[in-house]
Design a protein around this ligand. Structure first.
Ligand code: ADP
Ligand code: MG
Length: 511
């Protein structure tokens, strides 16, 4: 993807006076506020842009790509097309700019270590592109749900370590997204350097999209880039609020996510199959209703299938199912019948005495599921039926494991599907997988890399597939637009209107 950029970069305030030549990185705050050298002729051209055999020492900054002096201003991109329809960083001349970059580093942690760093790896292309362009980057992310309080277990340092590993450069973190120390660290950034702000959700203003909190974040930078697809369905300060203040762009991950998902919805090669599993139907009803309008085949598994079995008159014993969702499931089955969509429900299943390791289990037909057992996986006949039904499909969307795959004995169908999906992708089918647990299952088998696209956004990808606007994307100006988003588009928090305390009847003094 050759970056091509228009010259109509956003108007940026002229930078403050240049620091003395040779002023070096990170040592001591420069007195005069943001320091952005006007050119970096002095920086050594990096001879090894490709990987060298010896592990290179992590660097503090990235040498910008050399540009011929004669090249003048950036050429205007002739093709501003983006699957998102939004301004992307390909339209941004980030040289000497300070970029506030929203990413989604909401990664699973265990014992203070990142268990799966897919989301961090997915942010690397945008980070590299901006650094090589000569930007400095202030990265913002959330992690978990600290609910506006500092939670030590949800600090972003482990994510910074993974990012440092992938970038082969130092990734300093701040102890707080706000505060004098953070402002200072941001001011000291030079082109090619970055800093990761501490978890933005440690501040209640983040999830409330508080304008004051957004303004603080925005004050760190000249432009805003949103590459946090996994958080784009949230109208928070660091996803929506800042976009009403700074010239805004989407990053390369956001673009590729939207491209993969919109291709599925708009022009799938047919037959198109959706495979939906996982624990609960409630979180998936909306996406099922949307998908039923698009797909030719729907395969159901996991707890989701149990609710559909009940909707089609079967009893499921002690299996996980949602009685409140049975009516919804019936409606989806009716819609499928009207549209001629084939729905594959399990014909047999693995039932277990308990949903635990080492418990007794057996295979039974779903026509007569025993009352005191739990269905925890698809049975062999269902797996064969799935394999046959998928043999001719050209597009697969998979969300949700087909059984309680965390317990290996109940992960057969999920593993079989993972292998089948890899085979299909290798044979040229488009295979898109979304959902943290489904991706974890693929990773256990080392098959994630075989898929056409792995979505880093759980909730965001479901909402996108439902056809809903993602606020973090909606707020970015249209591709090629010279205009900025009006702050009025902020999803400002509703003021908490507490009823004025009723004047109490003066309490009688009890003396
Ligand atoms: P994803 O993260 O891929 O979107 P979900 O979060 O919707 O998937 O669902 C994953 C969970 O569903 C897993 O923890 C798995 O154990 C559970 N699950 C799958 N099948 C069943 C089942 N038959 N009974 C109970 N839980 C199930
Ligand atoms: Mg999940």
């Amino acid at each position: 993807m050759a970056p091509s950029r228009p010259a109509n970069r956003p108007q940026v305030k002229p930078g403050p006076p240049l620091p003395p030549k040779g002023a070096t990185q990170a040592s001591g705050a420069s007195a005069g506020g943001p320091s952005r050298p006007a050119n970096r002729q002095g920086s050594k051209p990096s001879a090894k842009s490709s990987s060298s055999p010896a592990t290179p020492a992590p660097v503090a900054r990235v040498a910008p790509r050399q540009r011929p002096l004669s090249s003048g201003p950036r050429r205007i991109a002739t093709n501003l097309y983006s699957a998102t329809g939004k301004r992307t960083i390909r339209e941004l001349d980030a040289r000497e700019m300070r970029v506030l970059l929203r990413v989604d580093f909401n990664v699973p942690l265990s014992d203070g270590k990142v268990v799966d760093d897919s989301r961090i790896r997915a942010a690397v292309p945008t980070i590299k592109a901006l650094l090589e362009d000569g930007a400095s980057i202030v990265i913002a992310s959330h992690l978990g749900r600290p609910d506006g309080k500092v939670v030590d277990g949800l600090r972003l340092r482990p994510a910074a370590e993974r990012l440092a590993h992938h970038l082969q450069m130092m990734v300093p973190t701040t102890g707080d997204a706000l505060g004098v120390g953070t402002e200072d660290a941001v001011k000291r950034l030079r082109p090619g350097e970055l800093v990761l702000l501490e978890n933005v959700r440690f501040h209640a203003g983040e999830e409330k999209n508080d304008p004051a909190f957004a303004a603080k974040l925005a004050s760190y930078a000249d432009v805003f880039v949103n590459d946090g697809f996994g958080a784009a369905h949230r109208a928070h300060a660091s996803t929506v609020g800042v976009a009403g203040i700074l010239p805004s762009y989407v990053g390369l991950l956001m673009e590729s996510e939207v491209e993969a998902l919109s291709n599925l919805l708009d022009k799938p090669s047919r037959p198109f199959a959706a495979i939906v599993g996982g624990g609960k139907v409630s979180g998936k009803v909306a996406v099922l209703e949307a998908l039923i309008q698009k797909v030719d085949l729907l395969i159901l598994g996991g707890g989701v299938a149990n609710t559909f079995l009940v909707a089609s008159g079967r009893s499921v014993g002690k299996s996980l199912y949602e009685s409140k969702m049975v009516e919804h499931a019936r409606r989806i089955l009716k819609l499928a019948a009207e549209r001629g969509v084939k729905v594959l429900l399990p014909v047999d299943g693995v039932v277990a005495k308990e949903v635990t390791r080492g418990t007794e289990f057996k295979v039974v037909s779903t026509e007569k599921l025993p009352a005191s057992w739990h269905m925890v996986d698809l049975g062999p006949d269902s797996i064969t039926a799935m394999r046959e039904a998928l043999s001719s499909v050209k597009t697969i969307l998979w969300n949700g494991p087909l059984g309680v795959f965390e317990i290996p004995a109940f992960g057969t169908a999920t593993r079989e599907l993972a292998k089948l999906a890899a085979e299909k992708a290798e044979a040229g089918a488009t295979v898109v997988v979304g959902g943290g647990d489904s991706i974890a299952a693929l990773q256990q088998l080392n098959l994630a890399g075989k898929m056409t696209h792995i979505s880093t956004g759980g909730g965001a990808s479901l909402e996108y597939l439902e056809g809903r606007d993602l606020p973090g994307l909606a707020v970015i100006p249209t591709a090629g637009s010279p205009f900025e988003t009006m702050p009025i588009l902020w999803e400002a928090p509703k003021p908490e209107k507490k009823p004025a305390p009723k004047p109490k009847a003066p309490a009688k003094k009890s003396e």
